[in-house]
Write a protein that binds this ligand. Structure first.
Ligand SMILES: [Zn+2]
Length: 75
């Protein structure tokens, strides 16, 4: 069965995602997943006075989750 744009395909984490693009050789598809994914982890340094009392922990990690991310997947 041939895939086409608009079909449901699995995102890398196994959610049901929608195909938004298919390469000409039909070997790669782009799927857009409505579920939340961990987009990136950023280190943030707080410059607030409050943070000065926590010198041992000047950095905190903040996880960024994004919805509707698009993944390229080989099929
Ligand atoms: Zn997903």
């Amino acid at each position: 069965m041939e895939l086409k744009v608009g079909d449901i395909y699995k995102c890398p984490e196994g959610h049901s995602a929608k195909i938004v693009w298919i390469s000409e050789d039909k070997k790669v598809v782009a799927v857009k997943c409505p579920q939340e994914h961990l987009s990136k982890v950023v280190k943030v340094v707080s410059h607030s006075e409050f943070a000065l009392t926590y010198r041992n922990h000047p950095r905190e990690e903040r996880k960024i989750y994004a919805k509707n991310m698009v993944f390229l997947t080989e099929i």
